[in-house]
Design a protein around this ligand. Sequence first.
Ligand code: NAP
Length: 486
Amino acid sequence: MVSRVIPVDTFDLVIFGGTGDLARRKILPALFRRYCSGQMPEDSRVIGAARSEMDDQGFRDFTREALAEFGKSQADNAEAVEGFLRHLHYVPVDARGEGGWSDLKDLLRDDEGIVRAFYFSVGPSLFADLASHVHSRGLSNRDTRIVVEKPFGHDLESARALNEELAQYFHEDQIYRIDHYLGKETVQNLMAVRFGNMLFEPLWNAQYVDHIQITVAETVGVGGRGSYYDKSGAMRDMVQNHLMQLLCLIAMEPPARFEADAVRDEKLKVIRALDPVDPDQIVRGQYTSDGEMPSYREDAENPTSKTESFIALKCYVSNWRWANTPFYLRTGKRLASRASEIAVVFKETPHSIFGIDSGRHRNVLSIRLQPNEGMTLGVTIKEPGPGGMRLVDVPLDMSFAEALGPEAEEVTDAYERLIMDVIRGNQTLFMRGDEVEAAWSWTDPLIEGWERRGDSPKPYDAGGAGPDDAAFLINRDGRRWRGIKA
Ligand code: NAP
């Protein structure tokens, strides 16, 4: 299967923070791979901008090294690498200072038809400064787009302030708030499966679905970004954005069209329909040392930290479709494996014609986000062989890489898709300001609740499935978490 590459318009893309970690690991390799696929027009330009003194050649050398490390198989093609590097430029700019802005303005082309985009790949405290400078230095017009990295605010108040700040200079249809989970192939496939097939949607409701589990498990700890993470925690870092977005896509009503505002309106309704959760009913955990690797508190360099590296919670979407259907959300660091999955667990058949020995069987639609993106539908069949009617659950497995060929693997990076969507002007996979605020409105009282009563997270062993209380949270409802396995 060959993926279809639809060329985008010629662009000037400025990456503020072009020398940073995200640019090195994700943004520049993503652009390189789009270049290799033929999607990046020949006269497009990528302009790195940061405080470091560097010229075009320095930025090209920096990018060459980044591609060697993160560019995947295409980076072996020296001709392609050099071809891509010719599109790169660099301007030293200080987001808070005066220097560099006029050089940047001179470099940008004013020709009609050239898309101009600014990627804010810098710390969040600089987002407002950049927006103000881009505007006041005459670098933007009505078609200019800005891409804003996460985190978008620290709570409702700061998110609202940032939205207001950006709105002074840009219209909502110019602001692209990134949640890279939305750019994942499987996440979009979730919408294709739900709204492109007759099979699932009639069953996608409280009548047929027993419960839904969303798990984002990581093996890594917070080492390296411990001091940042310690001010944030799993609720802010993962639940408020990534898990909430996944929940929205699972729970939303079919939008009338696959268009940005139609999709985002439906997602917003889900967030607004979420019941408040009692902060005491949420399981918070913090990983301990396994003897070799440091504990959370060591990683965070804060021996008394009360920040959680694990969350498990149960919530309800109070509407006709989902009344009384639990959504179990779980995410954590230093767990047994790196595995992100959404599992839709259907109810048992209302009556078994096979007798009492046939056991309990439930269909499960499992949507894997990583690793090995794909879907599995668990179906119940007869156990092969003679000796009566015994039932067994088997997976109908679909790995995208296998089903669609190597090309499928080549297009899976979320940043590639999202950056090209920015150039195309398609906001469907980006969060709207009101969505972000609604998500904070739901999480803020939970965090405030813990802070008010000085809640301490439960310690949990590195390499496991989180604190025992997480298992209890779901077991007391007569259900079990799906295993965290690679
Ligand atoms: P980083 O490695 O610390 O890089 C920050 C970049 O900003 C550098 O290029 C730095 O270059 C530049 N910068 C700092 N102060 C500046 C100023 N006053 N004016 C102009 N440029 C300035 O951070 P990062 O990890 O790339 O993260 C960037 C953004 O992406 C953050 O918002 C982060 O939360 C988000 N993010 C990162 C990741 C990731 O995996 N890294 C994942 C998700 C989201 P100079 O020092 O030369 O100025």
